[in-house]
Design a protein around this ligand. Structure first.
Ligand code: NAD
Ligand code: KPL
Length: 321
């Protein structure tokens, strides 16, 4: 597959410099975002884990995005967390279990009024980051995009999707949405982002753990519809109990629809387990169970599923938190 290489993105020549998109976490989502923003001519800087990763990145001579069988390489600036240049806008694309620690490493670099965009799945990590940097505006995101790493620094854009962004405190849309438009990133500002995140969490709780336990594709859950329906009913009652009734609306038909629409796919949690990678269980099922306990809601099916999944992960030497 031929690689076409773009020159390094140069700073704008207009009087008012554009804000740099700092991207923390150069994995699938981080590379997907960095390359699309850079392709639109926007200033982007990657923050990689450490000096060894920075050397490896420099040897690879940039990031590669593979879309529709065409690959394009981008020479994007990169640095380690220890650099002391200020950060005004930070996109956090680490896994949920790494986000808080990663942000702690650069917290001192955040400018007054900095904005963080948190792209983690599930719930819990976003609130932990927001507590860590109370001076910053934290924008939560829920994405249906699909991307995977073909190898280090090379990402395949596997599924075009949409991203909802929102802020649980201020409702004014972020001023940089036009830059997403310019970059071809399909997006929408949501004034109820927590509802969206709870809805996605409920879908993930009803589908992902069972695909791991039954070692099946999403479509395989059609053989276990009674179990799926019991979980959906409990999730709906629990969400209504905690004031998130909207997130639970028509959950059963929606879960059935997703199972059919993605019947041939393995869920993200199944893929993680199959590849011996840590899962985001604590931010999905674990978060739902903890929230049910806090609300004194007797979520017997969710707790039982959490125990079964935790045992399954431990037997495979994977963390259950
Ligand atoms: P990933 O594992 O591919 O990338 C995470 C990156 O963060 C890795 O490169 C890791 O080295 C880096 N990282 C971790 N700690 C760091 C630190 N302290 N400093 C610098 N870098 C650090 O993960 P991903 O698939 O891109 O997923 C990121 C988040 O997006 C997850 O919460 C995931 O559920 C969500 N998500 C992913 C997809 C997808 O298709 N990949 C789709 C929707 C949502
Ligand atoms: O988001 C998903 C995942 O695999 O993580 C779906 C397809 C909705 C299954 O829960």
């Amino acid at each position: 597959m031929p690689d076409s290489t773009l020159p390094p993105t140069s700073p704008p020549t207009t009087a008012q410099a554009q804000t740099t998109w700092h991207i923390l976490g150069a994995g699938s989502m981080g590379i997907l975002w960095a390359t699309r923003l850079a392709r639109a001519g926007l200033p982007v800087t990657l923050i990689v884990r450490n000096a060894a990763r920075l050397r490896a990145y420099k040897e690879a001579q940039g990031l590669t995005l593979i879309e529709g069988g065409h690959s394009q390489r981008f020479d994007i600036a990169a640095q380690t967390p220890e650099m002391n240049a200020p950060i005004q806008r930070l996109l956090v694309t680490c896994k949920a279990y790494d986000a808080e620690r990663a942000v702690a490493q650069i917290a001192a670099r955040l400018s007054p009024g900095a904005e963080l965009i948190l792209l983690q799945n599930g719930l819990g990590s976003q609130q932990a980051v927001a507590r860590l940097v109370p001076q910053a505006r934290c924008i939560f995101a829920s994405s249906t995009e699909g991307a995977f790493r073909e190898s280090d620094w090379r990402v395949v854009h596997a599924g075009h999707g949409h991203i909802w962004l929102g802020d649980s405190h201020q409702h004014a849309p972020a001023p940089w949405l036009k830059e997403l438009q310019q970059s071809g990133i399909s997006h929408e500002w949501s004034t109820s982002i927590l509802t969206r995140l709870w809805r996605k969490l409920a879908l993930n709780c009803a589908i992902n753990p069972l695909t791991v336990l039954y070692n099946c594709r999403n479509g395989g859950l059609q053989q276990h519809s009674d179990e799926v329906n019991l979980l959906c009913a409990e999730l709906s009652n629990f969400l209504a109990h905690c004031g998130h009734a909207e997130a639970a609306r028509d959950l059963i038909p929606e879960v059935e629809r997703v199972i059919l629409a993605t019947a041939n796919n393995y869920s993200s949690m199944h893929q993680d387990v199959a590849q011996g990678r840590r899962t985001e269980i604590s931010y999905l099922l674990g978060y739902a169970c903890a929230a049910a306990r806090d609300a004194h809601f007797p979520a017997v099916h969710l707790h039982a599923l959490h125990r079964r999944l935790s045992d399954h992960l431990l037997q495979r030497g994977l963390p259950c938190a």
